[in-house]
Write a protein that binds this ligand. Structure first.
Ligand SMILES: [Zn+2]
Length: 235
C-alpha cells in the first residue's frame, strides 16, 4: 500500500558547513521551491510545528498565501494584510518556508543610516563565499522599515505576480526590531531567492512583513553559514 504521506526529500550540499556533518544545525530545512510558489502552489505542505523541529530562525508564507512568515527565537509569526504579527498555531501549514538553527559565525556592528541597499553591500563584504547559503540576522534601530504582506488566496490560485499587484505596503517608523532571512547563491535560483531575502519583525513581535526597503540607524549583522539544504517537496 502506498504511504499516504509520501515524503520526497532531497539533500543538497551547497558548501562547507561549520558544524558536524549531519548534525542538522548548519542545514537549511526548506519546504517546496520558490518557483512552485511563484507559479501559484499555495497549498500548505509542512506545519509550523514541524518547521520549529528543524530550526528556530527563518521565513516563509502560509497555506493559501495567508501572510508573511517570520521565524525568530523558536517562534513562528504570521503577518497578515494589516501588518500585524501574531504567533501562529503549530498546526498551520506552510507551502513555502525555510528555517535553520541560527548560530552566528560572523558578526559586525553597523553605524547608519543604512538603506537596504547599504545593508546588502555590508553583507556582500562579509560573505565568506558567494556560493554558499547564509542565514542573515540584522538586529537594530530603524527610522523606517518598508514592508509588505499579501492577501489570502482561494482556489484556483493565481500566480504570485498577480497576487503582488494587491499587496499591502507598510512604513513602520522608529522601530527596534530584526531583519530575518537568507542569502542564497545563483546556483539555487528558482529553488529559493537568489541573493538576499529578508522579513521584518519588530521587538514587540506585533508588526512585520517582507522587507522592501529600510533605513537603519545602527545595528548588528550576524551571519550563519548553512552548508546543506534539506528540501521537502511533498508530504
Ligand atoms: Zn518574503
Amino acid at each position: 500500500m502506498r504511504a499516504l504521506h509520501a515524503a520526497l526529500c532531497l539533500l543538497v550540499l551547497v558548501g562547507a558547513g561549520c558544524g558536524t556533518p549531519g548534525s542538522g544545525h548548519d542545514t537549511l530545512y526548506q519546504v517546496s521551491t520558490l518557483d512552485a510558489l511563484v507559479a501559484g502552489q499555495y497549498d500548505g505542505v509542512v506545519t509550523a510545528g514541524e518547521l520549529l523541529d528543524h530550526g528556530d530562525f527563518g521565513l516563509g508564507t502560509f497555506h493559501g498565501l495567508d501572510g508573511e512568515m517570520v521565524v525568530l527565537d523558536a517562534e513562528a509569526y504570521q503577518v497578515r494584510m494589516d501588518g500585524h504579527a501574531m504567533a501562529t498555531s503549530a498546526r498551520v501549514k506552510a507551502p513555502f518556508a525555510a528555517v535553520t538553527w541560527f548560530e552566528p559565525d560572523i558578526t559586525r556592528q553597523v553605524e547608519g543610516p543604512a538603506t537596504l541597499e547599504d545593508l546588502h553591500a555590508q553583507l556582500d563584504s562579509m560573505l565568506p563565499s558567494r556560493d554558499g547559503v547564509y542565514a542573515v540576522r540584522i538586529q537594530g534601530e530603524f527610522d523606517v522599515v518598508k514592508a509588505r504582506s499579501v492577501p489570502e488566496q482561494k482556489k484556483p490560485y493565481p500566480p504570485l505576480k498577480e497576487v503582488l499587484e494587491h499587496q499591502a505596503v507598510f512604513n513602520f517608523r522608529h522601530k527596534r526590531g530584526t531583519l530575518v532571512g537568507f542569502y542564497c547563491p545563483e546556483s539555487l535560483r528558482g529553488v529559493n531567492a537568489a541573493g538576499y531575502h529578508l522579513h521584518f519583525l519588530d521587538e514587540l513581535c506585533v508588526r512585520g512583513g517582507h522587507v522592501l526597503d529600510c533605513r537603519m540607524q545602527r545595528g548588528t549583522i550576524s551571519l550563519d553559514t548553512t552548508g546543506e539544504v534539506h528540501l521537502v517537496l511533498e508530504r
